[in-house]
Design a protein around this ligand. Structure first.
Ligand code: SF4
Length: 667
C-alpha cells in the first residue's frame, strides 16, 4: 500500500498571502478583527483567536484593525468601514479583485452580469456588489436551463468553480442568450489543485480530502475526486481518521483545500503513519514515510533570484509551464525563453525536458511563479565562462559573424570577441572562412560588468601544437614512415608539419627526377606520407624524404632497357664534357662530347640545347652506380644504315625484312 500526496495541496497563493499578513500581525502582537473567518478552517481560526485575531461580524467591529478576507467585499462595505475610522487591512486575493473589475466593466457597459457561482458565497456576494446594474447568479445546470433574458449579458466565474460545472452552464447560456463577453475567471490554483487531485484519485482506492466542512473549494475538491471513481473521505482534522477505512486498501491519496494549513496536513500524514503501525503493516509505514518526504518536498523553499531545476509540463505559444517542485507550476513567459531567435517555442524546448530556470517572482499579480530560462542560461553561461577563465580551460564557441578587427563567437548564448590575430597560428586574409565553425577557445579577458569576453583560438592551437611537439620528439625514429601536411615551400625544399614539428624534405628528396622547384611535386596544405631520414634532436632538425617511399626507377632499369637499343630522350643539361639526356623521369644518361656527333664538337652547346628531343643509343648501363652511357652519334649511324638498307631494297624489289631478317628486332 502506498500513500500518495497530490501536488498543489493546501494553501493557494491568495490564502498563503493573506496568512502571511496575519502572521505578521501576530508577530507584532497586534490584535485584529477579521470580517468573518479568515479562512474556512475552524481549527486555524481557533488557533489564531489565541493570538488576538478574532473573526467578527460587520456590525460588531467598533475600532482597531479590520482584515478583509481573500474572498473580498463590495465597495459599499469598504466605505462603511472607513467611515467608522477602522484601519483596513485588505487581504482580498488579487485574482478576486480582477473579477471585481471585470464584473464592474460588464455592468458599466450596460450588460446584465451573470456570475457562475454559489449563491450566498462571500466571494460571489462581493462580486455582486461591484456591479451597478442587473446581476444574476447561476449555480448549476438546472438554474441555467430555467433562466432567460433578452438583454445582452457578460459572464464572470467564481474563482473556485469546477471546470465541468462552468462548461456545462456556459454551453446552455450560449445556446440561448446574447453573450457579449465571457471571462472564465476560474483561478489557476484551483484548476491545478483539482487536476492534480483527480489524477491521484483515479489511481487510489481511498482519497482523503482535508479541509473545512464549510469550505466551498474543499467540497468541490472532494466532488472532483468522487467523479473519477475514488472513495472519498472529507475530513477536517486527523482525529476523524478511522482504521477501518483502510482495511484491504492498497493505495491512499491525500489532497487538501486552499484554506487547509500545512500543520493540519502534516498531522493527517502522521496519524496515517500511526494507523499503519497499529495495523502492523511495515510496508505501509515505509510508504507513508516516503509520502511525508514527498509532502515536504512539495513545499520546498523557493527563493527569488535563484536558479532551480524543473521539468517542462506544457508548451504553448504564450508561455511554458515548468514543474519546479513548488506548490504551483512556474511560468516562463515566451519572451523569457531564449536569447536565440526561434519561430516556435518547441524549437527550444519540449514537454519532459529537464531545464534550469531563474526565479524572477514568487508571486505575480495572479499568484504565478514567474521564471526565466533565458536568464538562467545567461547566468550559467557566465559562470561557465568565468570558471574557464580562472582555470584556463578551453571552451567551445561557434563563430557567428565577422566584425571590425575580428569575429564574434557564441558560447552558450554569450557573445565573445576573437581578435583576428588570435584566430589562427598564421595570418588568414579572409575571416569569413571561420563563420559557422565550432572553435576551441581560451578566455583571455573577462569583464562581466561590461559584458566583455575576449577569446583566443590561437592560444589553444599553440598549446595543442606544444603537446604534439613533445609527443613527436619522444616517438620519432629514423626510417619511420609518417603522415604530415606541407606547410611551406622554399627553393630548397618543402617544410612538412609532422605533429607540432616541421621537418624538411630537401628538393633532392622530393622525387627521383630532377626538378627546379618543390612546387612541381607538392603544394601547401597537401597531406603527404614521408620517410624520416635523419633526426637531430640537439639542433631540432628533422630530414624527411618523399621519394624514398616511391619506387626507384633505377631498380628495374636492366629489365626495361637493353644495351644497343635506340630510344628517345630529352636533353636536360649541358656540361663541358657532354649532355645529360633524360630517358624517363628519374633516369638520365650521359652522352659524352665524343658521342654527340660524327663531326668534331668542341662545345656541346654548339650543337645541342636544353629541351631538345634526341634519339640515343644505349652504350652501357650500370644500375648499381645509376649510370647510363648514351650516344647520339651511334643512334644516327643506326638510322643511316637502316635507310641505306631500305633504299637498296626498294631498288631491288626486296624488302628489308627479307634482307636482314630479324636483325633490328634483336637489338
Ligand atoms: S482566487 Fe485562487 S488563489 Fe485567490 S484565494 Fe481564491 S483560490 Fe486562492
Amino acid at each position: 500500500m502506498e500513500l500518495i500526496i497530490a501536488d498543489h495541496s493546501g494553501f493557494c497563493f491568495g490564502v498563503s498571502k493573506a496568512m502571511k499578513t496575519i502572521e505578521n500581525l501576530v508577530e507584532k502582537k497586534q490584535k485584529a478583527y477579521t470580517l468573518g473567518p479568515i479562512i474556512h478552517n475552524p481549527q486555524e481560526v481557533e488557533r489564531l483567536k489565541h493570538f488576538g485575531i478574532t473573526a467578527a461580524d460587520f456590525y460588531d467591529i467598533k475600532d482597531g484593525n479590520v482584515v478583509i478576507r481573500t474572498h473580498g467585499v463590495g465597495p459599499d462595505v469598504i466605505e462603511q468601514l472607513e467611515s467608522r475610522g477602522l484601519n483596513i487591512i485588505d487581504c482580498t486575493c488579487p485574482l478576486v479583485k480582477r473579477v471585481h473589475k471585470l464584473a464592474a466593466d460588464i455592468s458599466n457597459k450596460g450588460y446584465l452580469t451573470i456570475i457562475i457561482g454559489d449563491h450566498n458565497h462571500p466571494e460571489v456576494e462581493g462580486i455582486k456588489s461591484w456591479c451597478n446594474g442587473d446581476v444574476k447568479v447561476i449555480e448549476n445546470v438546472e438554474e441555467a436551463k430555467n433562466f432567460y433574458t433578452n438583454k445582452r449579458v457578460g459572464v464572470v466565474v467564481q474563482t473556485t468553480q469546477t471546470e465541468e460545472n462552468v462548461e456545462n452552464i456556459i454551453d446552455i447560456l450560449q445556446s440561448k442568450l446574447d453573450i457579449a463577453v465571457f471571462h472564465n475567471t476560474r483561478c489557476k490554483a484551483t484548476l491545478e489543485r483539482q487536476t492534480a487531485a483527480a489524477a491521484v484519485a483515479a489511481n487510489v482506492d481511498i482519497m482523503l480530502v482535508i479541509g473545512g466542512k464549510n469550505s466551498s473549494n474543499t467540497k468541490k475538491l472532494a466532488q472532483v475526486c468522487q467523479n473519477v471513481g475514488a472513495k472519498v473521505y472529507h475530513i477536517e482534522t486527523a482525529t476523524e481518521l478511522k482504521k477501518d477505512w483502510f482495511k484491504s486498501t492498497d493505495k491512499v491519496g491525500i489532497t487538501a483545500g486552499a484554506s487547509t494549513p500545512d500543520w493540519i496536513i502534516k498531522e493527517v500524514i502522521s496519524k496515517m503513519d500511526e494507523l499503519n503501525k497499529d495495523m502492523d503493516n511495515k510496508e505501509i509505514a515505509t510508504n507513508e514515510e516516503e509520502g511525508e518526504i514527498i509532502y515536504e518536498d512539495t513545499f520546498a523553499d523557493l527563493k527569488e533570484d535563484t536558479i532551480v531545476e524543473g521539468t517542462v509540463v506544457k508548451v504553448d505559444n504564450n508561455e511554458v509551464l515548468v514543474n519546479i517542485g513548488y506548490k504551483s507550476d512556474g511560468i516562463i513567459p515566451i519572451n523569457e525563453l531564449s536569447n536565440v531567435a526561434f519561430e516556435s517555442p518547441e524549437d527550444i524546448i519540449k514537454v519532459g525536458d529537464k531545464i534550469q530556470v531563474y526565479v524572477i517572482k514568487l508571486e505575480d499579480n495572479e499568484g504565478n511563479v514567474i521564471l526565466s530560462k533565458k536568464k538562467a542560461d545567461a547566468i550559467n553561461a557566465w559562470n561557465f565562462i568565468e570558471q574557464a577563465y580562472n582555470s584556463q580551460n578551453g571552451v567551445e564557441g561557434v563563430v557567428t559573424e565577422v566584425v571590425k578587427g575580428g569575429v564574434l563567437a557564441n558560447i552558450n548564448g554569450i557573445k565573445g570577441f576573437i581578435p583576428a590575430s588570435h584566430l589562427d597560428l598564421k595570418y588568414v586574409p579572409d575571416l569569413n572562412v571561420f563563420v559557422g565553425q565550432n572553435l576551441k577557445l581560451q578566455v583571455i579577458e573577462l569583464d562581466r560588468k561590461k559584458n566583455r569576453v575576449v577569446l583566443s583560438h590561437k592560444n589553444i592551437l599553440e598549446k595543442e601544437r606544444e603537446r604534439l611537439k613533445e609527443k613527436t620528439w619522444a616517438t620519432i625514429k629514423e626510417g619511420q614512415i609518417i603522415k604530415g601536411v606541407v606547410k611551406r615551400l622554399t627553393d630548397f625544399g618543402a617544410f612538412v608539419d609532422i605533429g607540432g614539428v616541421d621537418g624538411l624534405i630537401h628538393i633532392s628528396d622530393l622525387t627521383w627526377q630532377k626538378i627546379k622547384h618543390p612546387s612541381e611535386i607538392v603544394t601547401e596544405e597537401q597531406e603527404v606520407e614521408v620517410q624520416v631520414l635523419r633526426v637531430d634532436k640537439e639542433r631540432g632538425r628533422i630530414s624527411l624524404g618523399l621519394k624514398q617511399i616511391m619506387p626507384n626507377p633505377w631498380d628495374d632499369v636492366d629489365k626495361k632497357y637493353k644495351v644497343g637499343s635506340v630510344i628517345d630522350g630529352k636533353v636536360v643539361k649541358l656540361v663541358s664534357f657532354g649532355a645529360f639526356v633524360e630517358v624517363e623521369p628519374g633516369i638520365e644518361g650521359l652522352v659524352h662530347i665524343s658521342q654527340i656527333s660524327k663531326d668534331h664538337v668542341s662545345n656541346p652547346e654548339d650543337v645541342l640545347k636544353t629541351g631538345d628531343n634526341v634519339k640515343v643509343k644505349i652504350m652501357d648501363i650500370n644500375a648499381k652506380e645509376k649510370r647510363m652511357s648514351l650516344s647520339i652519334k651511334e643512334a644516327q649511324d643506326e638510322n643511316e644504315n637502316k635507310q641505306i638498307y631500305e633504299n637498296t631494297n626498294e631498288n631491288n624489289g626486296v624488302t628489308i625484312g627479307e634482307m636482314v631478317g630479324d636483325l633490328f628486332d634483336k637489338k
